[in-house]
Design a binder for this molecule. Structure first.
Ligand code: MYA
Length: 415
């Protein structure tokens, strides 16, 4: 029931889980069957039109009061500008958020990351929803939305991006998640927004596409020591270290860190690039400044400025998302970089991404992760990424897509 902390794929468990996933279309979903999402029974029904599944209702018909929680709990809007609240959210997620299938790693989003991810231009505080124990006031569950404009084919749709759904381990399987999803839906509706986008590691009705994580070792010795990867067949540690060696610094002339003055050029480059995908964000300059301007230990962005014309021709970015290593004597954290948005118009994408790997290595990341979205397939194998055991399913709420998309038709990366 999660978004995967993917690690290198080498196990029978993966085959078993894939099989179970493939059978899960026949599973009943008491909650999801009541929601305006593509239902499994409708897969392949070409009489259904693309677009909103339900029309918006008048705002006066949106339930004005919150949904009921079990009586020991109460709703709490989380002020992510408050350091204290940010700490509470951080701690809940650090101890209870997404783990890999074998419970070896757990996402450990930093406070700075959470504060950045939840406060983009035009964000709503009311969409940062906590559940507290009434007596102790302890934060026991969380779900968030942020506003986004997402283009589906030639339609730009106002949506909420839903993320950080988390229920404390001791409160699992009590049907709290459906109440939280209904409550965030209600609060999104109150802002006159009727669609949402989200990702999950679990199969629900019905993914618009299913992507795979790929991993590029930067610090193979540590990755092997902590069980993230395994020594390949007929490989020694020293051959492995040599295999993943990278140059000390980027090779592309004019490769440099993005700066504030680059926002207009990067916006143009990115908008033009993303226009080719079926589903992609509709970024303006404010969005680019928020999401892509480098922010220490949160997001890194580089570009290529032509040494002759000073034109910005290429761009690459990644975000920082460490995972806690559960129960290792030597190491407590896996430092992971996640490929974000990349655009190559002049430099070959392969070379650009190799430079991204080089700077990630310089910054001491252990691994560089990427999904097979956009044009990523074109560099994964050549740059020595290996397939992960984690799948990531993408979903839209109250918006039907007629046929499943290929990962390469998707231009959206959610954090
Ligand atoms: S994905 C990350 C999710 N978080 C984790 O994996 C962290 C670790 N796990 C947990 O904290 C809990 O296991 C969670 C479930 C909270 C996930 N997305 O309360 P329950 C359905 C959607 O008894 P619990 C992310 O953050 C499940 O199929 N539904 O279960 C994006 C079942 O329904 P049904 C999920 O294990 C979130 C019901 O919940 C997920 O205690 C997008 C069981 O509830 C999941 N990841 O708690 C949310 N996992 O019977 C949707 C389970 O029908 C947003 N379930 O199968 C939709 C758009 C809303 C806005 C609309 C605006 C217009």
């Amino acid at each position: 029931d999660r978004k995967p902390v993917s690690k290198e794929d080498s196990s029978l468990e993966t085959i078993v889980r894939r099989f179970q996933d493939s059978m899960s279309v026949s599973k009943r979903h008491a909650f999801w069957e009541t929601q305006p999402v593509g239902q499994f029974k409708d897969v392949g029904d070409s009489s259904l039109r693309e677009g909103p599944i339900e029309p918006p209702t008048p705002l006066s018909e949106v339930k004005p009061e919150p949904y009921n929680l079990p009586s020991p709990y109460e709703w709490a809007t989380c002020d992510m500008e408050s350091e204290e609240t940010c700490n509470e959210v951080y701690t809940l997620l650090m101890n209870n958020y997404v783990e890999d299938d074998e419970n070896m790693f757990r996402f450990n989003y930093s406070k700075e990351f959470l504060s950045w991810a939840l406060r983009p231009p035009g964000y709503f505080k009311s969409w940062h929803i906590g559940v507290r124990a009434k007596v102790s006031k302890k934060l026991v569950a969380f779900i968030t939305g942020i506003p986004a404009r997402i283009r589906v084919r030639d339609e730009v749709v106002k949506m909420a991006e839903i993320n950080f759904l988390c229920v404390h381990k001791k409160l699992r399987s009590k049907r709290l998640a459906p109440v939280m999803i209904k409550e965030v839906t209600r609060r999104v509706h109150l802002e006159n927004i009727w669609q949402a986008a989200y990702t999950a590691g679990v199969v629900l009705p019905t993914p618009i596409t299913t992507c795979q994580y790929w991993h590029r070792s930067l610090n193979p010795k540590k990755l092997i020591d902590v069980g993230f990867s395994r020594l390949g067949a007929r490989m020694t540690m020293s051959r492995t270290v040599k295999l993943y060696k990278l140059p000390d610094s980027p090779v592309t002339p004019g490769f440099r860190k993005m700066e504030l003055r680059d926002v207009p050029a990067v916006t143009r480059l990115l908008r033009n690039y993303l226009s080719q995908f079926v589903v992609a964000p509709d970024f303006d300059e404010d969005d680019v400044q928020h999401w892509l301007l480098p922010f220490e230990s949160v997001v890194d962005s580089y570009l290529v400025e032509s040494p002759e014309t000073h034109e910005i021709t290429d761009f690459c970015s990644f975000y920082t998302l460490p995972s806690s290593i559960l129960g290792n004597q030597t190491y407590s954290t896996l430092k992971a970089a996640y490929s974000y948005y990349n655009v190559a118009t002049k430099t070959p994408l392969l070379q650009l991404m190799n430079d991204a790997l080089i700077v990630a290595k310089q910054k001491d990341f252990d691994v560089f992760n990427a999904l097979d979205v956009m044009e990523n397939e074109s560099f994964l194998k050549e740059l020595k990424f290996g397939p992960g055991d984690g799948q990531l399913h993408y979903y839209l709420y109250n918006y039907r897509i007629r046929n499943e998309l290929k990962p390469s038709e998707l231009g959206l990366v959610l954090l």
